[in-house]
Design a protein around this ligand. Structure first.
Ligand code: GMT
Length: 376
């Protein structure tokens, strides 16, 4: 198939899922055309079946807000005609579903028939899309999609309760490439960070409010009252400087036990030496970062928000706690970090991650593309 994938090119989860899906489809022999405003972060190598088309956004003094959605729809029309696409797959509803609707209708008026699938990722529904300033267009464009998928059952339910959706939403869980995300031998790295054999806790995110990163620091402080431990914070975003101040105030009084690593390409190297992953989010449709950790044999203490219980199994791959319950999360972390328990949690985290192996998930998307094209 010739598939046009529209996504955000950034570090965030939906862009990563879209890019990894495109790369895997290309390896299966499909022709993949990424359409976005800059080169996706994880698309930095050559494959004969991968193409990248950049959306041109022309500034003009009149525009306080350059019309990205129109520029995207125009690029989609252009790529669909010239590359003879079979289908579009747009990731994150806002504004990709409405741009896809516009592109499909323009193409139809010119005799080209190209359906589109919208994959809902989380904040496009639970935070951004449901806002009254966008809701009518989001509802309309999701309903106009020829196929709709969601990355967890919980997000599917949220979508049906927040929007008036007339169509089926197929749940296709997120996935992991176990060839890339696997525990690597990085003992020298571990010794450098934890010279006295301390346990290592890690958190990766885009440091948005929804992640409640301050809870990560608070849980870490409670754990450190009981055992020697270090914290690595990976990623960047709007809350980062606030979290740095908080860590200086409450966590780093006695040294440099908390380290900020910023955006890292090879996050699997850090995960390989970590003992515990903390995900304290208020909302999380799936929790891809936690899956990446589990694939590297890192157990997870997470909240029980959104789709996280579909990924992290309580008492098995880690523990689930109520949002904001610092004491419960610290107690769960201490249970996992106990030397008697840790090896079992590590191997069960990996076993759980294997359920989301891209090999099992990719055929579901291929089947859904075929079905959607046939039905159109
Ligand atoms: O807020 C983020 O973490 C980024 C956001 C996105 O769309 O880029 O992530 C969402 O999509 C990911 C991939 O499907 C999911 O793993 C995340 O759980 C989801 N984030 C939220 O629901 C907050």
């Amino acid at each position: 198939m010739k598939i046009g994938i529209v996504c955000y090119p950034t570090y965030g989860g939906s862009g990563v899922v879209a890019t990894e899906l495109g790369k895997a489809l290309a390896k299966e022999g499909h022709e993949i055309h990424f359409i976005t405003y800059s080169q996706p972060t994880r698309l930095s190598f050559f494959n004969e079946n991968l193409y990248y088309h950049e959306v041109d956004i022309k500034p003009y003094p009149l525009f306080q807000y350059p019309p990205y959605e129109i520029a995207l729809a125009s690029k989609m029309v252009d790529v669909a005609k010239h590359e003879e696409l079979d289908i579009f797959h747009v990731h994150y509803a806002v504004p990709h579903a409405s741009a896809a609707y516009m592109a499909r209708e323009i193409l139809k008026s010119e005799g080209y028939h190209i359906p589109f699938i919208t994959t809902l990722h989380g904040t496009d529904i639970t935070i951004v899309g449901k806002d009254a300033s966008l809701e009518p267009v989001v509802t309309f464009s999701i309903n106009q999609s020829n196929g709709i998928t969601s990355v967890s059952d919980d997000l599917r339910k949220d979508t049906l309760s927040l929007f008036n959706i007339q169509k089926d939403i197929k749940v296709i869980h997120n996935f992991i490439d176990l060839k890339r995300f696997k525990k690597q031998k990085k003992d020298h790295f571990k010794t450098a960070i934890c010279p006295n054999g301390e346990k290592l806790i890690v958190h990766t995110s885009n440091f948005r409010k929804v992640k409640r990163v301050e809870d990560v620091v608070k849980v870490f402080c409670k754990v450190r009252e009981k055992i020697p431990v270090k914290l690595l914070l990976v990623g960047d975003g709007p809350e980062r400087s606030h979290i740095e101040t908080l860590s200086r105030d409450i966590a780093c009084k006695d040294g440099d036990d908390v380290r900020f690593l910023g955006k890292l390409e090879a996050v699997e190297e850090v995960l390989s030496v970590s003992d515990l992953f903390l995900m304290t989010s208020e909302k999380e449709s799936f929790g891809l970062a936690a899956l990446e950790a589990m694939a590297c044999e890192v157990p997870v203490v997470s909240t029980n928000a959104g789709g996280l219980p579909e990924l992290n199994k309580d008492g098995d791959s880690g523990y689930l706690c109520d949002v904001g319950d610092i004491d419960a999360m610290a107690a769960a972390a201490l249970k996992i970090l106990d030397d008697q328990n840790l090896p079992g949690f590590k191997s069960r985290a990996l076993a759980r991650a294997k359920k989301f192996d891209i090999k099992n998930i990719l055929p579901k998307y291929e089947e859904f593309y075929r079905h959607t094209i046939e039905e159109f």
